[in-house]
Design a protein around this ligand. Structure first.
Ligand code: 5MM
Length: 328
């Protein structure tokens, strides 16, 4: 394990105004996204869509890295492997390595993420294919009597095992414990669950001996559930998010990149700007958005070659807005 390399990569992922594009939709998820514009997903269409995003002129000014899905890291752009193409643009290639969240046995309504089996071997292959960082997403659901401590603890344990394997292979782990915002809970409930989750995650990371200077954390913002009748303001979200992170995330972690979690592009942009206005955070605070970066470009593109330029314009405008309020 090369600790200096891990630290350098982690710092490069959150350098200046930059953040990460999450383009690692698994087969089912990309299908759902493309259905919205009336297309059926297949490897060629998926590549055409992602190529439109990745070849956007100037995107490297705002995007430090891209999270890829297994199918995508094996594809090519302009006769170059995906990693070579992205690297030639100054963008770090990353890879989703979890195998998705499934129902947790004996825990109705809760999910557990799979993918540890054979992970070391897959990681070695991805490293050869040029991946510099990886991602594993745990899903925590808020509901009646959930999340249970057992579900949080098992997801945290697996995140730590994944992170350890990444670092052994000189790959920076993005540690993503996502507390979903789909329920009707208040901001306070999201604060309690996020805090409980992050405490458990850092406890397990420490137990496993993961080097915190060589990870990136990808959490949810602390936000009201989508169906909560009282929606907290952006200022409240920012304040409570930073407070929760200060309570739970050690200062050695170089960067925290938020997921958008179903927020609109404008809401995710505004909330990150407000978060960055609060002084005194020891980590870089940035983004690793999927939907909030892509939704507008996807709609404009609509699968048509003649729309590529306009879609790229929509994509870079959003990336610029998301990263612009941050200190360089
Ligand atoms: C881009 O979506 C990622 C992969 O999702 P699936 O495993 O469900 O196919 C996802 O992990 C993403 O990186 C995060 O959830 C953040 O994306 P959003 O859209 O919430 O910013």
């Amino acid at each position: 394990m090369d600790i200096n390399l891990l630290k350098q990569t982690a710092q490069a992922m959150v350098v200046g105004k930059k953040g990460i594009l999450a383009a690692d939709e698994s087969t089912k998820t990309i299908q759902k996204r493309l259905e919205k514009i009336g297309l059926e997903s297949n490897p060629q269409i998926n590549l055409a869509y992602r190529q439109m995003l990745f070849t956007t002129p100037g995107i490297e000014e705002y995007i430090s890295g891209v999270i890829l899905f297994d199918e995508t890291i094996r594809q090519e752009i302009d006769g170059k492997s995906m990693s070579e193409y992205l690297s030639s643009r100054g963008i770090l290639p990353g890879i989703k390595v979890d195998k998705g969240a499934v129902d947790m046995e004996g825990h109705p309504g809760e999910k557990i993420t799979e993918g540890l089996e054979g992970l070391d071997g897959r990681m070695k292959e991805y490293e050869k294919k040029g991946a510099k960082f990886a991602k594993w997403r745990a899903v925590i659901t808020i509901g009646q009597g959930i999340p249970t401590d057992d579900c949080i603890a098992e997801n945290a344990k697996r995140l730590a095992e994944y992170a350890y394997i990444c670092q052994q292979n000189n790959i920076v782990p993005i540690v993503e414990p996502e507390v979903l915002m789909d329920a009707d809970n208040t901001l306070e409930v999201c604060r309690e669950v996020t805090s409980r989750t992050l405490k458990a995650v850092f406890e397990k990371l420490k137990e496993k001996g993961v080097v915190l200077e060589g990870i990136i954390l990808k959490p949810n913002m602390v936000i009201s559930g989508k169906n909560c009748p009282v929606q907290a303001s952006g200022e409240e979200v920012a304040q409570v998010t930073v407070e929760t992170l200060k309570d739970t995330v050690p200062a050695e972690v170089p960067g925290i990149v938020f997921l958008s979690g179903g927020q609109s592009p404008d809401q995710a942009t505004e909330n990150l700007a407000l978060i960055n206005q609060i002084p005194g955070s020891p980590w870089k605070l940035s983004f690793s958005y999927g939907r909030a970066l892509q939704d507008e470009a996807l709609t404009v593109w609509s699968g048509k070659e003649e729309n590529v330029e306009a879609a790229q314009k929509a994509f870079i405008e959003r990336a610029k807005k998301v990263s612009s309020p941050r200190a360089s």
